[in-house]
Design a protein around this ligand. Structure first.
Ligand code: ACO
Length: 417
């Protein structure tokens, strides 16, 4: 298959067909407007490939997710988050020396400029940590302003390392506790736990169970091809906006409850169901009712029409981590019961709605002592390597163009003032 035919207004046009390395077929319409004067209309871009990309492969029908060809199930159990970050950004697994060097750089760029600490005092104590994170990440561009190619690679390291410090500091700010500085003898994930949970008055013991759970959560969130926030990063970056500005835009896109903000909403929903006496059927009925705004948060996905493989991994991990920590969370039982009932219900079966990554992630964050309003920040930390990899891939594409979709105008025709 090399071409597709389009009949428009009595004329036939041949359109080239592009086939991806996993056999995905796309009709290439890049010359469509120039040749026919018509455009395509695809609200929500559900059928539009905005780019070619060699980073992540998803088969939503089969429930497959691979980073640079490696199955998520193998990466989840065998890799460290920084190794995955390297793989996503640079395309290949690092050698032992390359990984050491990458980790060393991440360690030595973890401090934020002391002046930036003043920004935190400007936010109210009730500020959502996503607002702080996006503002602070955009502000990094004023401290590291040169976005010329020679500085981009260093800025990537700075962003990966400093965003973690900013996230932990925003939590400390909300708690009214002193900031804990990163320590150079700790790994990337250990350092985050230290900055979040240590206090000056006592020695903080980093639990290996927590560290493993954090590593897993970050890896599972690390990339997911052209989702809303990643497309936003590419869109903003396509105007040649700098890395920090582009990623800050992605953080804001992630915040919405239909995207990364769903993890916070899931816990709020499970709590509401618990407080309302645990009547699952009532909430399943509400979710099905088109006159009711309630949706089953953490359910459904634009691409997965089968189990989200990340949700499967997290469900099993939630059981293990809670058992290892000696914790029992009634919300986990509510989540499992809700899943069971929904998966047997005709409405969800017909629409092929399954739990997504956000359905079980919150249970793990809760067990780790991470407050609900920090959940989406955790997602953002995990997603950083993916956003960076896409930004870099786009900027290195010699055929890259500014993102500028068309529209079909439906407003008034000419009228005079
Ligand atoms: N609860 C109830 N009904 C749902 C749900 C849900 N969670 N999700 C989809 N549906 C229904 C829709 O009402 C629609 O029904 P209809 O055909 O009768 O009109 C049908 O299933 C298709 O749903 P759409 O909204 O058209 O699917 P879309 O691909 O546009 O949206 C989305 C996907 C946003 C994820 C949606 O499923 C949703 O809102 N889920 C809840 C929020 C959520 O969990 N978001 C996290 C997604 S994962 C991530 O971003 C990390």
């Amino acid at each position: 298959m090399t071409t597709a035919k389009l009949m428009l207004d009595g004329r036939e046009y041949e359109l080239p067909v592009v086939v991806g390395s996993e056999g995905e077929v796309a009709v290439d319409i890049r010359r469509l407007r120039a040749e026919t004067h018509a455009v395509t209309l695809d609200s929500g871009f559900a059928n539009s490939g905005s780019c070619t990309s060699a980073i992540t492969f998803i088969d939503g029908e089969k429930g497959i997710l691979r980073y640079r060809g490696y199955p998520i199930e193998e990466i989840a159990t065998e890799a460290s988050f920084t190794e995955v970050a390297y793989l996503l950004i640079y395309g290949e697994r690092p050698s032992a020396e390359q990984l050491d060097e990458f980790n060393r750089k991440l360690t030595y760029h973890s401090l934020i400029h002391e002046d930036m600490k003043n920004f935190f005092s400007g936010f109210p104590a009730t500020a959502h940590p996503m607002a702080i994170l996006s503002a602070m990440v955009a502000s990094l561009s004023s401290y590291y302003p040169r976005s010329a190619i020679d500085n981009v690679e260093l800025n990537i390291i700075r962003l990966l390392s400093k965003a973690r410090t900013i996230a932990a500091f925003s939590y400390k700010k909300s708690m009214g506790q002193p900031f804990m500085y990163p320590q150079n003898d700790l790994t990337y994930t250990e350092n985050f736990l230290h900055m979040m949970f240590a206090v000056p008055a006592e020695n903080y013991h980093i639990s290996p169970v927590m560290e493993r759970a954090l590593n897993l959560l970050l890896i599972l969130h690390a990339d997911h091809e052209q989702n809303c926030s990643t497309s936003t990063v590419r869109m903003v970056g396509s105007s040649e906006a700098n890395l920090f500005a582009s990623i800050s835009a992605g953080i804001n896109a992630l915040w919405g409850p239909l995207h990364g903000g769903a993890n916070q909403k899931v816990i709020e929903m499970l709590t509401r169901i618990r407080d309302d006496g645990g009547d699952y059927d009532k909430y399943v009925e509400k979710a099905k009712d088109k006159d009711d705004e309630f949706r089953l948060m953490g359910f459904g996905h634009r691409v997965y029409k089968n189990f989200d493989p990340r949700a499967k991994i997290l469900k099993a991990a939630a059981d293990e981590v809670l058992a290892e920590m000696g914790k029992n969370d009634p919300l986990l039982d509510i989540a499992k019961n809700l899943e069971r009932i929904a998966l047997e219900d005709e409405y969800f079966v017909e629409r092929r709605l399954y739990p997504n990554v956000d359905f079980y992630s919150g249970i793990l964050y809760r067990a780790m002592g991470i407050p609900t309003n920090m959940f989406t920040v955790m997602f953002a930390l995990g997603r950083l390597p993916g956003w960076i990899a896409h930004w870099r891939e786009m900027r290195n594409d010699p055929k890259g163009r500014i993102y500028r979709p068309r529209q079909i105008y439906t407003g008034s025709t000419l009228r005079h003032w």
